[in-house]
Design a protein around this ligand. Structure first.
Ligand SMILES: Cc1cc2nc3c(=O)[nH]c(=O)nc-3n(C[C@H](O)[C@H](O)[C@H](O)COP(=O)(O)O)c2cc1C
Length: 370
């Protein structure tokens, strides 16, 4: 098990300033298209009371000239701090979209300069901006001038191995007024494959004065510790590690604040969480929510005997009742095998973290009644 050096522990215990905004957590939940809607963020928030959460990426041109904003921009009044992420390649569209995002409640505007998808890069957006630092700079300047909240950039280390320009590009972004940079340690050509190259994150961190957040392969508390030690980054952003596991941001946050490991949720905890996710997403989005829930359900159903069959069935559900019956059946089976659920509760006042917020503690595992 990894441990944090005392120097790093001290540094990471300090709040993180993103321009005028102070964050009381060094762990962030990344924007994930098709995943980080209001319902998923609500689950993450439960275990990470002060972490910054991101919406899915929003196309700026779809926001500028419409009366009704897309549902993916909706922010709950009680879910702050939250950032709305925008993508496009046109500074004026992004500036207008950013103003609308702030009116919706965004605490920061994040600009997507890392998306590898052809449909987006072909039009000059996402990671193709790495090849066009002038436009990227114009975008940041336009958005910074348009809003009063801090503006951040999320990008990759370069287009491909022959064009790794993270340090130079990041300097441009800082010069243009970005108040934080999140660096995904892969090139565009890598997509989501191969290891994230944290050494590039270390180089960018040394070159900038604004906070640098490390992203890529932060899948556990140990990975977060290794990454923070290797890069000197100001924080970490979790992505695929949270699919079917909205506990991850909270687990890392808890460790950074207390030096202790939060108890790992049991298989039953995860299935109960899946059930809650299904109910809430269906309530929020109707049948479309049930269709979207199928992939979430298969991500939760892992790591126990019978999980593969359960996944096969979950990815065909047509209703909440059908999904609940499958999950309840699996839970009942696990209970007969002696599995338990853990109950997460708010800590007593003796367990407040340095900023006085309740820490998450766990009571003794309790047998489930099903
Ligand atoms: C399903 C999926 C959706 C994503 N959507 C977004 C997005 O909307 N905006 C963004 O900046 N990055 C997006 N990403 C990239 C992640 O935020 C992150 O940078 C990447 O997955 C690397 O982290 P990881 O190795 O921990 O997964 C997405 C990734 C995945 C797998």
């Amino acid at each position: 098990m990894e441990t944090l050096s005392s120097t790093l522990q001290f540094r990471l215990a300090q709040p993180l300033a993103i321009g005028s905004l102070t964050l009381h957590s060094r762990v962030l939940q990344s924007p994930l298209s098709g995943v980080t809607d209001k319902i998923f963020r609500r689950l993450v928030r439960r275990y990470a009371p002060t972490a910054m959460l991101y919406t899915e990426m929003v196309h700026a041109s779809g926001v500028c000239h419409v009366d009704t904003l897309p549902q993916i921009m909706e922010v709950d009044p009680d879910e702050h701090p939250v950032s709305i992420q925008l993508f496009d390649c046109r500074p004026d569209f992004l500036a207008t979209a950013a103003q609308r995002a702030v009116a919706e409640g965004a605490d920061t505007i994040d600009l997507n300069m890392g998306c590898p998808v052809n449909k987006i890069t072909r039009k000059g957006g996402g990671s193709s901006l790495l090849k066009d630092p002038e436009t990227a700079t114009a975008i940041v300047k336009a958005v910074v001038n348009a809003v009063t909240v801090p503006v951040s950039v999320k990008t990759r280390i370069g287009w491909d191995d022959d064009h790794i320009n993270a340090v130079e590009f990041a300097r441009h972004m800082e010069g243009a007024g970005a108040k934080m940079l999140t660096l995904h340690g892969r090139t565009r050509a890598q997509g989501y494959t191969g290891a994230a190259r944290w050494d590039w994150i270390a180089r960018v961190k040394s070159a900038l004065s604004i906070p640098v957040i490390a992203n890529g392969d932060i899948v556990s508390v140990d990975a977060a510790i290794q990454c923070l030690e290797q890069t000197g980054a100001d924080g970490v952003m979790c992505s695929r590690g949270t699919l079917g596991y909205p506990f991850l941001v909270g687990e890392i946050d808890y460790f950074l604040k207390t030096g202790q490991r939060a108890p790992i949720p049991t298989v039953i905890d995860r299935l109960l969480c899946a059930q809650e996710h299904l109910r809430q997403i269906a309530e929020y989005k109707g049948y479309r929510g049930i269709c979207q829930a199928r992939k979430h359900m298969t991500w939760y159903a892992k790591g126990f005997s019978g999980a593969a069959e359960l996944r096969d069935a979950l990815c065909q559900i047509e209703s909440v009742a059908e999904g609940e019956a499958l999950l309840q059946g699996a839970i009942a089976q696990l209970v007969t095998q002696g599995e338990t659920a853990r109950v997460w509760t708010e800590a007593s006042s003796t367990a407040l973290n340095p900023w006085g917020e309740p820490s998450l503690v766990q009571s003794e595992p309790t047998p489930l009644r099903v």
